[in-house]
Design a protein around this ligand. Structure first.
Ligand SMILES: Cc1cc2nc3c(=O)[nH]c(=O)nc-3n(C[C@H](O)[C@H](O)[C@H](O)COP(=O)(O)OP(=O)(O)OC[C@H]3O[C@@H](n4cnc5c(N)ncnc54)[C@H](O)[C@@H]3O)c2cc1C
Length: 373
């Protein structure tokens, strides 16, 4: 078990655990805070095998609205502990430390395949039939990025890791390539230590996935980005995929970059009951996050164009979505956010809120209200 201070960022957590050849399943962005990530779920390359970061939380210290600092786990204040795992971000108190079960650092094979944009529809259709049903050792994401430089070609990337040898990885990737029906223009794969694989994936996210343009992240980002996401329990039909791809390249404007970011679900994510923790998204196939970014100093009209593109794109796939939305990709415009983020757990969460924060001290746009208010 590892005790982690609530202010730690993922890079600190991984580095410290790595000294003992241990890790936790968590996200990729090194600057992401362990608290927000865990309290809203926590997905990453080990998730299909080992579950959410929140599924590895075994206890937390939290300062409640009345100023009391308490410990909670499966036996002490179990209702509060239940709520923290999936709905804990900002809703019930200030978490000051957390305890996680750890796993030994795995060796794995990382990979990156690139297809030209002309193959985007084929890759989406093939990926959605392959990645969510593949062995849970495989975490293969699909990212289609449309750069802000209008003359620059978009890129179709399948990338991730396999908890296994290079030859096991290649045979799984061959299945995908066969389904797509055309060879990728780039194929990279290499067996690495966990630490080196994470480093490689961070480098990819910083540049190559976006057509070599270095991306900035977090608070220093020089862009203003907007995103909408949804979970899917069924495959997207070909017509919807074609419209999605067409819309991605429609009316491109300089400085506006767009992304379709598909994360595989299934595996251990779906091996926990929807009401076992506050995180309800346990029957999904994949998560699609659609995002658009404009320069930080973009004029209001440019921002409106960007969000209009995003709304159109999201509406194209929404008819096939499950209605569930990942709380860690919050959407301030989302209608019916309580059900979308928390599903059938929402009503129980309002009761727990009433017990621990009856005066709604911890409130923000889209915070859980106390029951009966
Ligand atoms: C670059 C980048 C990469 C990402 N990669 C991943 C990924 O791989 N996997 C994934 O699952 N998600 C990922 N995310 C999404 C990430 O999980 C969310 O943005 C998450 O909210 C980040 O938490 P934070 O503590 O860093 O952020 P903050 O903005 O500080 O907090 C987010 C929310 O958590 C609450 N919160 C923070 N600390 C506490 C605390 N101590 N007690 C109670 N509430 C608290 C805040 O009130 C707020 O509501 C990524 C985000 C970014 C920007």
């Amino acid at each position: 078990v590892a005790a982690v201070g609530a202010g730690a960022r993922l890079a600190d957590v991984y580095d410290e655990l790595d000294r003992s050849d241990l890790t936790i399943p968590a996200g990729c962005g090194p600057s992401v805070g362990i608290s927000g990530l865990t309290l809203g779920g926590g997905i990453g390359i080990l998730g299909r095998k080992h579950g959410l970061t929140a599924d590895h939380l075994v206890g937390a210290e939290i300062v409640l609205a009345d100023g009391l600092a308490v410990s909670c786990d499966d036996t002490n204040l179990p209702d509060l502990f239940w709520a923290l795992r999936g709905a804990g971000a900002g809703n019930f108190g200030v978490v000051t430390s957390m305890k996680f079960t750890t796993i030994p650092v795995p060796n794995l094979t990382d990979f990156h395949l690139v297809w030209p944009y002309s193959q985007a529809s084929r890759v989406i259709d093939s990926w959605q039939r392959w990645a969510p049903k593949s062995p849970q050792e495989l975490a293969a994401s699909l990212l289609i990025s449309m750069p802000g430089e209008v003359g620059k070609d978009p890129q179709v990337n399948v990338f991730g890791t396999m908890l296994g040898s290079e030859s096991q990885t290649v045979s799984l990737l061959d299945e995908l390539v066969g389904m797509v029906g055309s060879e990728p223009t780039i194929i990279n794969h290499e067996q690495k230590t966990f630490r080196d694989a994470k480093h490689y994936l961070n480098q990819l996210s910083d540049g190559a996935l976006h057509g070599e343009v270095p991306q900035t992240e977090g608070l220093d980002a020089d862009v203003h980005d907007f995103s909408k996401s949804e979970f899917f329990r069924q495959v997207l039909p070909n017509d919807a995929i074609d419209e999605l791809v067409e819309n991605l390249g429609t009316e491109r404007t300089s400085g506006q970059s767009r992304e379709l970011d598909f994360s595989p679900w299934g595996g251990a994510y779906n091996q926990v009951a929807a009401d076992a923790t506050a995180f309800p998204h346990r029957s999904e196939f994949f998560l699609l996050k659609q995002a658009v970014a404009v320069p930080w100093n973009a004029a209001p009209g440019q921002r409106e164009e960007a969000t209009a593109w995003l709304d159109r794109s999201w509406a194209l796939t929404h008819p096939w979505g499950s209605g569930g939305v990942y709380p860690n990709f919050p959407d301030p415009e989302l209608e019916g956010w309580g059900l979308a983020y928390y599903g059938k757990n929402y009503s129980r969460l309002t009761e727990i809120k009433k017990r621990y924060d009856p005066d709604d001290l911890f409130r923000f746009h889209q915070s859980i209200p106390p029951a009966d208010t």
